[in-house]
Ligand binder design. Structure first.
Ligand SMILES: Nc1ncnc2c1ncn2[C@@H]1O[C@H](COP(=O)(O)OP(=O)(O)OP(=O)(O)O)[C@@H](O)[C@H]1O
Ligand SMILES: [Mg+2]
Length: 563
């Protein structure tokens, strides 16, 4: 069975597969090698994805969703006509289209995929991406970091390059990764990035500049009309791309109606002005690049691989040269290199499943976050440092702060800062049933396990009583032991746990239905024994438990208020 590699981009997506020894791009049904990540719905309720959706975006902005990747993992609904969809549901539409086009091109069914995400995507965003794959009918073998995929693709064809730096500047995100190739595996040495830095931001800067000019020259104030704005955005993007190969580009908007007479607006975009506008952002990306190289410990860099459409901007290439003395390595198509790497990796995984099924993956990635828990007085204890190789198993003992304390709250945080306020809260859960003792006597072990998809599982156990009842997730003790059997066991206990949690709880009808479906699904998956389906079911069950716990906490809070 063929495994496809999918670069699910903010603006464009691409699909690759491995043919013999070569990774290739799969063109879509129009013959294009990139598919716009745009979804829309027609008046008749038909879902359009890609170029057709993008083409009607101007006239039907209200029925179109673009850049869904920027809100992956958020619990917001997006409006697609009269439908309200979660970001993962919108992404699933894109994936479904990519899968279908791949099947038509390959003349074969496609069931498995490796999907790439920005290196500094957080846990919720990764989970949402896996969920999108599942909804689209794909078994997601692995979530792979985009720059890692790009490095893999380059390294595959250039065995002599041992130390690679990937600079990936796309439509929505910036990532930089240093990867080292040894005789047996690829090791990611460091990785950093910014989630909201990319071509879209450059478009906005140029658009603002253009509107300023229009206002000064013609007294034209852009309406909030979505058609006008969409049209402007497209023209601005086209001009921006033009500026990568020319010093200036003309933007003309004839017949702009502003109530009275039609206006003919025109603007000459100039590269030097554009460079000034984007320079602060480019400098930010360069600073991160310097940091990544420093953290990698590389004494020199053998290859600089550029990925992402925005890496074509001449200022980017010039500044990389000036600052780092590095010239981009040739023979790389920045639009395609990520999907090709994902395909190569998918193929590696499939090979291993065929041959041995053991844990050797030939590729070791790193976490891109520092994670910790809140300890006494708003301070944070960091358990996992950035750039720790995956999978991670980090533990720490915490204790009680009051005499006879029977429960503790574990507050999971992300960030480098020393106190809670400078970190991001990722969630919290209660561990109760602790053996009562004097303050400071209890020993509660908090552990962080991060799997190779970058999914974080946090648990807490009271070492005295052995209680781990109220943990949100159950840890995977050891990679080797984490076979289908043990996941299946965990599913069973998670299901039991959910049933008992629900006993004395009033659960909203909608959630109740979801839970019942999920429990049925989980039983089905357990009898199938399919490992990745088991893992997905586990994640889903765990999040249900989280939800039930928060419902219980809300009830407890409000009854305390009423008391
Ligand atoms: N020649 C060019 N010069 C400048 N910008 C370009 C050029 N070609 C493409 N772009 C920009 O690159 C961006 C798209 O790049 P790409 O397809 O790599 O992003 P993506 O994969 O969708 O986004 P991300 O990786 O951030 O999720 C767009 O903003 C586009 O305007
Ligand atoms: Mg990309």
């Amino acid at each position: 069975m063929i495994v496809i590699g999918i670069d699910l981009g903010t603006t464009n997506s691409a699909v690759g597969y491995v043919d013999g020894d070569e990774a290739r791009i799969i063109p879509n049904d129009r013959g294009a090698r990139l598919t716009p990540s745009v979804v829309s719905i027609t008046a008749a309720g038909e879902i359009l994805v890609g170029d057709s959706a993008k083409n009607q975006a101007v006239v039907h902005a209200d029925r179109t969703v673009s850049h869904v990747k920027r809100c992956m993992g958020e619990a917001t609904h997006l409006h697609l006509g009269s439908r309200r969809l979660l970001p993962e549901e919108v992404s699933a539409e894109i994936l479904r289209k990519l899968k279908k086009d791949a099947e038509i091109y390959l003349g074969n069914e496609v069931g498995k995929a490796v999907i790439t995400v920005p290196a500094n995507f957080g846990e919720a965003q990764r989970k949402a991406t896996i969920e999108a794959g599942r909804l689209a009918g794909l078994e997601v073998l692995r979530i792979l970091n985009e720059p890692t995929a790009a490095a893999l693709s380059y390294a595959w064809r250039h065995p002599e390059a041992k130390r690679l730096t990937v600079y990936d500047l796309g439509g929505g995100t910036f990532d930089v990764t240093c990867l080292e190739k040894t005789d047996t595996e690829y090791l990611v040495r460091s990785s950093c990035g910014e989630n909201k830095l990319g071509g879209l931001d450059f478009d906005s800067l140029l658009r603002d500049e253009l509107l300023k000019h229009f206002e000064k020259e013609y007294g034209f104030v852009a309406s909030t009309d979505s058609i006008v704005l969409q049209q402007l955005s497209e023209m601005v993007e086209r001009a921006k791309i033009e500026l990568s190969s020319r010093e200036s580009a003309a933007i003309a908007l004839p017949f702009m109606g502003t109530g009275g007479q039609p206006l003919h607006l025109s603007y000459e975009a100039r590269r030097d002005i554009f460079d000034q506008l984007i320079a602060p952002m480019i400098e930010r990306s360069l600073k991160l690049t310097v940091q990544a190289i420093k953290e990698s410990g590389f004494s020199r860099v053998d290859a600089l691989v550029l990925a992402g459409g925005s890496s074509r901007i001449p200022l980017v290439q010039r500044r990389l040269g000036e600052l780092l003395g590095l010239k981009p390595s040739g023979g790389v198509n920045p639009d395609e290199v990520v999907a090709l790497g994902a395909a190569l990796y998918g193929n590696m995984l499939a090979d291993e499943q065929r041959h041995s099924g053991n844990g050797r993956r030939g590729l070791r990635d790193v976490t891109s976050y520092t994670l910790g828990v809140e300890i006494d007085a708003g301070k944070v204890a960091h358990l996992v440092r950035r750039n720790t190789p995956l999978p991670v198993d980090a533990r720490r003992i915490v204790t009680t702060v009051a005499d006879m304390q029977e429960s503790v709250e574990v507050h999971v945080l992300q960030g480098e800062g020393p106190d809670v306020t400078s970190n991001r809260s990722l969630g919290r859960f209660m561990l109760s049933g602790i053996t009562p003792a004097r303050r400071g006597a209890a020993r509660i072990e908090v552990s962080f396990l991060i799997d190779e998809d970058g999914i974080v599982r946090v648990s807490a156990v009271d070492t005295k009583s052995g209680r781990r009842e109220h943990v949100t997730v159950r840890p995977v003790k050891d990679e080797q032991q984490d076979d289908a059997h043990s996941i299946s066991d965990r599913l069973e206990s998670l299901s039991r746990r959910i049933r008992s949690e629900m006993k004395d709880l009033v659960v909203p009808q909608e959630l109740l239905e979801d839970i019942q479906d999920l429990l049925l699904y989980s039983d089905k998956v357990r009898s199938s024994g399919e490992e990745s389906a088991l893992r997905e079911a586990e994640i889903a069950l765990e999040s249900i438990i989280e939800e039930l716990i928060s419902i219980r906490e809300d009830i407890e809070d409000s009854s305390r208020e009423h008391a």
